[in-house]
Design a protein around this ligand. Structure first.
Ligand code: GLN
Length: 485
């Protein structure tokens, strides 16, 4: 049961072949059995999940209207506020934080009848690419327990890959949905900036953050996106545009279809097996009638630098609120107010978060702001212009999601720059505010998943999903599951 796709499970539920309670119990059993190895969850709400499932079953029995995800368990990254349930952001600072409200996307999940099964692990405040920066635990890649699931939404990606939840929510500021999806062999989508409300998403870099779905396949991602997308007046950056019924149009062909391949995404540092799998995927698109052509994103070599200026600047400002007064951890011993704030922050934040706050404070400081922060904003504009130009020639831009498959736990923790390079292909989409998806496109010789990234112009998620589905329909990578006893 737990190996099946979200769409198949929803069909079975609606036909009455199984109850939401039985389905939820099956996933809870999988969690109990597999979590000692995978450690994707920070909290599992066994009792609450079963209670929600019984409520759905009762509604169904009574013939009452049911939402589009009625009875289906969904795992939620612990960066999204859940009312009455701890939301730690994988930080000691928020160890005991219980939000008094739900994130907008969590409200949407509840309205859709989804079962909130638990909160997943992440890099502290979503800062990282391996989930190793969690203050609580290291999540393991279900395909190889010695390796990371990627990050920062590594818990959500691993939970889906491990069969612990059929759907999950993550967030993507620089690649945190697409990169772990790629490393865990699942589908993950970063929506256009403004497509999904950020209300109740704990802010890392507000101009880049976006919530998005994980699933085994494109249809699952489409169903979850349908539920979470749309205007929310409480987030001033959320855009008031209709939400297309993404899951209804997946099988419709896209014609003509031109796929742009940025030459800058096939340079130094790209793993040979990854390149081979991605090139094979492009060849398949060609056989299916697509025109595959080279495009250029000339400013993409500057994306990492621009991102680490913009993202850290915003983070330093956003994280100023954890002062020991308003939120979270407060030091037990201190002399005066300043000392209390210093100690509370010093004790509460992990090393990577401190590094980012210092970087961000520096690049915003008088005398350096023009040279670093404002310059980065200009580069960001150029990166957006690169994409706009490239999209005049193609429907989507395709390439590898991550330059390498899953790396070993500990391999990059001493070297922040190498870790930052994990996102070299994904960061551009965040800076430009466009949509991107990662879909499984093969395995390395040692059985590690490889992801294909497709990127589309703003608000073209419908087309993006259809083009992803075109490939998926012809391949079976998305049906493979790791062997976890
Ligand atoms: N890995 C990138 C970073 O560390 C992106 C993280 C994210 O998308 N949240 O900032």
């Amino acid at each position: 049961m737990i190996e099946r796709s979200a769409a198949a499970l929803l069909d079975s539920l609606s036909r009455g072949e199984m109850s939401a309670e039985a389905l939820t119990a099956a996933f809870l059993a999988a969690i109990r059995q597999r979590e000692p190895k995978v450690r994707a969850f920070l909290h599992v709400d066994e009792a609450g999940a079963l209670e929600q499932a019984r409520a759905v079953d009762l509604r169904r029995q009574r013939g009452e209207p049911l939402g589009p995800l009625a009875g289906l368990p969904v795992a939620v990254k612990d960066l999204l506020c859940t009312r009455g349930q701890r939301t730690t952001c994988a930080s000691k600072v928020l160890e005991d934080f219980v939000p008094p409200y739900d994130a907008h996307v969590v409200t949407r999940l509840k309205q859709a009848g989804a079962i909130l099964i638990g909160k997943t692990n992440l890099d502290e405040f979503a800062m990282g690419s391996s989930t190793e920066n969690s203050a609580y635990q290291v999540t393991r890649n279900p395909w190889d327990l010695e390796r990371t699931p990627g990050g920062s939404s590594g818990g959500s990606a691993a939970a889906v890959a491990a069969g612990e939840a059929p759907l999950a929510l993550g967030t993507d500021t620089g690649g945190s949905i697409r990169q772990p999806a790629s490393l865990c062999g699942v589908v993950g989508l970063k929506p256009t900036y403004g497509r999904v409300s950020r209300l109740g998403l704990v802010a890392f870099a507000s101009s880049l953050d976006q919530v998005g779905p994980f699933a085994h396949d494109v249809a699952g991602v489409a169903r979850l996106l349908e539920v979470i997308a749309g205007h929310d007046p409480r987030d001033s950056t959320s855009v008031d545009r209709p939400v297309p019924p993404y899951s209804q149009s997946l099988e419709r062909p896209v014609k003509p279809l031109a796929i742009g391949v940025p030459r800058e995404h096939f340079g130094a540092g790209l793993d040979a097996a990854v390149e081979q799998a991605v090139r094979a995927a492009l060849a398949l698109y060609q056989r299916l009638g697509a025109e595959v052509k080279e495009v250029s994103l000339p400013n993409s070599p500057h994306a990492i630098a621009a991102y680490y200026l913009v993202a850290t600047a915003e983070a330093s400002s956003n994280l100023a609120r954890y002062d020991g007064v308003h939120y979270g951890h407060r030091a037990a011993v201190y002399d005066d107010l300043i000392h209390m704030v210093e100690r509370s922050r010093g004790e509460g934040f992990g090393a990577e978060v401190k590094r980012r706050i210092m970087l961000g404070t520096f690049v915003l400081s008088a005398g350096y702001k023009d040279a670093y922060y404002l310059k980065a904003l200009k580069v960001r504009r150029l990166i957006r212009t690169d994409f706009d130009r490239a999209f005049q020639e193609c429907e989507v831009i395709a390439g590898p999601t991550s330059p390498t498959p899953a790396f070993k736990i500990g391999e990059r923790t001493d070297d922040p720059l190498t870790m930052y390079l994990s996102d070299v292909y994904t960061i551009g989409a965040n800076l430009a505010g466009i949509a991107g998806i990662s879909i499984p496109c093969g395995f390395t010789g040692t059985g590690l998943p490889i992801g294909l990234q497709l990127q589309a112009p703003p608000f073209e998620e419908e087309k993006l999903l259809r083009i992803a589905r075109l490939y998926e329909r012809e391949t079976d990578w998305h049906t493979r599951r790791p062997k976890l006893v």
